[in-house]
Design a protein around this ligand. Structure first.
Ligand code: LLP
Length: 435
């Protein structure tokens, strides 16, 4: 089987579509996803968890909320892990059953809790005691019992970038694991809650299963303690976090290694396990296609200025993340260069002093491993268009999210009457100067 992203006759393909054909039809920058790569990752993750009999897989929608992507994952039997009513809307629109949706997140508004209750979602992951009290009252008023678990913070350093680490006690997520027994006891008495277990998620892009195993083991002890206190525990949500290799040669834990670890730690728990993978499913399935605008001399190395920028792919600027950069028509020649976008910030730099395929103005190139936390984190900074998304399936492709042009942004803005009125009485500054 051909790889989803590979060079044929000197041109980079996504499945059976050559990237220049997509650039010609859609323009650049653009995200391009491979259906095969998405399905492969979804199946590999499930296969890794084969030893676990009772499980529910919920794709972390935040990683890639594109409707076509969600539909494809729904067909693979994935539900959704959401953190907002907006993500719920996307999951439902993609045909994911409400019962397959898990609502995580430390800042669910009352309105969002209410919308999710109305939709009948499968599980609320409570992040603080008061959230449980409010949810219980809302559910009871509707004659409902909201299925819920309590998210605990195990105080473990996941060994990942500080901005995507969530399981240390200074992080905002979950209740301190030492307080969990007391909070659980109080919440379990509330009529509107069907409290059924525990949730945990210690961070993203985890390259080492060690901290996860320690965290899971702590959850195991908590489950025993809760049962000893008379609670019925039927569900444990183990979160997401499995990392991906972004740099060629990086070795990351496989789903099979992850599954073996999970089985080892949880085999006596006698619960249904829930998983919330995001990056592992979507990351490798996408590239950001870009065109080289200029190659500009620099103080040390030349700057390759591409038409994609930090507003399209924020990860390098936010987390110093590495995204491999490869030419769509590599010649074999190499160069050492900085790679930067057009946005007016020095932080709009994808790489410094990197050894890359030699490129010149007009060439196409891609940033790899951009299918997760790519398009979804894009913005319109510098009044740049919102980057479009393309899905490839075999030899066909379709635009699955439009480029939102500055014209549309203008159309969504409004000038209050008082500004217009004042405007009529003042002369334009430039005209005044010229006079
Ligand atoms: N479940 C919860 C409760 C989460 O907070 C997250 C990610 C996931 C699941 C999915 O984690 P994953 O399997 O994708 O690692 N924007 C950052 C990543 C932020 C992750 C936030 N939470 C980045 O680009 O690296």
């Amino acid at each position: 089987m051909p790889l989803p992203f590979e060079c044929r006759d000197g041109v980079l393909y996504v499945e059976d579509v050559a990237l220049p054909a997509i650039a010609a039809a859609v323009g650049t920058p653009a995200y391009v996803y491979s259906s095969a790569a998405l399905r492969n990752a979804a199946r590999a993750f499930r296969a890794g968890l084969a030893p676990i009999r009772r499980k529910h897989l919920a794709f972390a929608v935040k990683a890639n909320p594109n409707l076509a992507v969600l539909k494809l994952l729904a067909a693979e039997g994935y539900g959704a892990d959401i953190v907002s009513a907006g993500e719920m809307l996307h999951a439902l629109a993609a045909g994911m059953p409400a019962s397959s949706i898990i609502f995580s997140g430390v800042g669910k508004s009352r309105r969002e809790l209410s919308t999710a209750l109305d939709a009948g979602i499968g599980q609320f992951n409570l992040e603080l005691e008061e959230e449980g009290v409010v949810l219980a009252a809302m559910a009871a008023a509707r004659g409902q019992r909201a299925p819920a678990v309590l998210r605990v913070n195990p105080d473990i350093d996941a060994g990942t970038h500080a901005k995507i680490s969530t399981g240390r006690k200074q992080n905002k997520f979950g209740v301190a694991i030492d307080d969990a027994l007391g909070i659980y006891a109080r919440l379990s008495k509330l009529e509107g809650l069907a409290l059924r277990g525990i949730a945990i998620h210690i961070g993203s892009q985890l390259s080492d299963l060690g901290p996860l195993e320690i965290a899971y083991a702590r959850v195991g002890r908590l489950v025993s303690d809760l049962r000893a206190a008379g609670h019925t525990i039927t569900h444990v949500d183990l979160g997401g976090g499995l990392g991906l290799s972004y740099r060629p040669g990086d070795v990351m834990p496989s789903p099979a290694a992850y599954g073996a670890m999970v089985w080892r730690v949880t085999r006596d728990w006698n619960v249904a396990l829930m998983f919330e993978p995001g990056r592992f499913i979507a990351g490798d399935a996408g590239v950001l296609l870009t065109e080289v605008l200029w190659v500009k001399p620099g103080a040390v190395d030349p700057y390759v200025i591409v038409d994609a920028a930090m507003n399209d792919l924020a990860r390098p600027a936010l987390y110093d993340a590495f995204h491999d950069f490869v030419a769509v028509r590599p010649t074999g020649a190499r160069m050492t260069a900085n790679i930067a976008g057009p946005v007016c910030e020095s932080g709009d730099t994808f790489a410094m002093g990197r050894d890359i395929d030699a490129v010149s103005a007009g060439d196409l190139a891609v940033f790899r491993t951009a299918g997760a936390y790519g398009a979804t984190m894009a913005s319109t900074y510098n009044c740049r268009a919102l980057v479009p998304e393309v899905l490839v399936d075999g030899d066909r492709f379709a635009v699955v999210a439009d480029r939102i042009a500055p014209e549309a942004m203008l159309a969504a803005q409004h000038i209050p009457a008082w500004i217009t009125d004042e405007d009529r009485t003042s002369e334009p500054v430039l005209a005044r100067k010229a006079a």
